[in-house]
Design a protein around this ligand. Sequence first.
Ligand SMILES: Nc1nc2c(ncn2[C@@H]2O[C@H](COP(=O)(O)OP(=O)(O)OP(=O)(O)O)[C@@H](O)[C@H]2O)c(=O)[nH]1
Ligand SMILES: [Mg+2]
Length: 240
Amino acid sequence: MKTESKAAKSPATPMRPHKPGQGANEAVGGGKRDDARDENRVVAADFVAGAVNAGGLPPPAHIEVAFAGRSNVGKSSLLNAMMQRHSLVRTSRTPGCTRQLNVFAVKCADGLQLHFVDLPGYGWAKRSKDERGEWRGMIEGYLQTRASLRAVAILVDVRRGPEDEEQQLVEFLEQRRRVSSAKPLELIFVATKIDKLSANARRPAIEAVKRQAGAAVVGFSAVTGDGREALWARIRHAVL
Ligand SMILES: Nc1nc2c(ncn2[C@@H]2O[C@H](COP(=O)(O)OP(=O)(O)OP(=O)(O)O)[C@@H](O)[C@H]2O)c(=O)[nH]1
Ligand SMILES: [Mg+2]
C-alpha cells in the first residue's frame, strides 16, 4: 500500500478554479448521518440519457453537475456512491469504460432534484489519436455549451494529484465557456480512492492535492463512502 502522494508529475503552479474556498437500482448506504435526518439520502436515481455529443442530450431543463477526470479515476464509482446505488452506473477496472455522456436524474430526501453527468475519462494512452480527438471533442463540446451546467467535479486519484490534463481542464473551463449564466460555474476538486492509503497517510496526501490544485479538495472513497457528505455539501453550495 502506498503511503505518499506522488507530487512529481504535478503542475508547478497551483490551479485556481473560479471560486476557491469553499432499474436494478436498490438503495445502499454510504452516508454517515441518521437516514431520517439526512437530506442527502437519495430517494430516486435513474438513468436518463446517453449521448455522444451535447446535441444528443435532452434539453437543458434541469441543473447539472458533471464529473470529469482521467480514465479509471473512479468517476462512475463515485456517482454510484453519491446516488447510494450499487450498480446504476457501469464501472470497470479496465480504463475507457464510460464511452459517452451519461445523464442520471437524482432526487434527495429533501426534494432537491439534479442531473449528474458521468463523462468519459481522458488520458487513456491505449486509445488511438483519432479516438482521443473524438473523446476530447465530446467532453469539451459538452462543457463549453451546456447551459444547465452549474458545477464540474474534477476527480484526481489521491495518489497522483492533478497533472497537466487537469491544469488544461481548469484553464478550459475558465476561459472557453460559451454560455453565460447568472451563476458562475463552480469547480470542485475531489481526491478519489482515499481508502487505498493508510489512515495516517490520508490527510497529508489530501493536503498535498490541495496545495497542487490551489483550491479546497474533498477526499473521497467509493468503497467506504468517506467524503460523500462533504461532496454533497459542495454540490448543494454550487447549485442552490
Ligand atoms: N479502492 C477503491 N477503488 C475504486 C474507488 N473508486 C473506483 N475504484 C475502482 O477503480 C476502477 C475504475 O473505477 P470507475 O468508477 O469505473 O472509473 P471511471 O473514472 O468511471 O473510468 P472510465 O469510465 O474509464 O473513465 C474500478 O475497478 C473501481 O472499482 C475507490 O474509491 N476505492
Ligand atoms: Mg466511468
